[in-house]
Design a protein around this ligand. Structure first.
Ligand code: IDP
Ligand code: MG
Length: 136
């Protein structure tokens, strides 16, 4: 019986491109999230559309999918106590302008779309998102 939970994190193209991968990984590990698996990949726009399907009705959906497929990303399985909510706290608010000090998005985010990281928003979605990148 373990309290450990898993969540999916993605380092988005803007952060990979600025060589922030190791800095961001250090922030997770310093905050009690273990990186159980990690892979650098460049997904297609169709794959991004599948991943972000929950947002398909949003006006920014097309841009969002273009953006996530615009360059290499790093997908990671993070594990720890209350990993989903802890990761969301470490990431900060969606818009870096509103993110708290010392959160990843406050430190590194450029704009609401180029906000450096993705994190699952529930344990249920975490499972689906981990499968999306790590099944097989
Ligand atoms: P989250 O990443 O903090 O969970 P969501 O609302 O799930 O935020 O949105 C998914 C992603 O869509 C955000 O990380 C951001 O990159 C992008 N996004 C959200 N709202 C907007 C917007 O109003 N304009 C452009 N992009 C947005
Ligand atoms: Mg979200």
């Amino acid at each position: 019986m373990s309290e450990a939970e898993q969540t999916l994190s993605i380092i988005k193209p803007d952060a990979v491109e600025r060589n922030l991968t190791e800095k961001i990984k250090d922030i997770f590990t310093q905050n009690n999230l273990k990186i159980k698996d990690s892979k650098k990949i460049h997904i297609t726009k169709d794959e991004a559309a599948e991943f972000y399907k929950v947002h398909q009705a949003k006006p920014f959906y097309n841009e969002l999918c273009s953006y996530l497929s615009s360059g290499p990303i790093v997908a990671m399985i993070l594990e720890g106590k209350d990993a989903v909510i802890l990761n969301r706290k470490i990431m900060g608010a969606t818009d870096p302008k509103n993110a708290e000090d010392n959160t990843i998005r406050k430190l590194f985010g450029i704009s609401i779309d180029k906000n450096s990281v993705h994190g699952s928003d529930s344990a249920e979605n975490a499972k689906k998102e981990i499968d999306f990148f790590f099944k097989n």
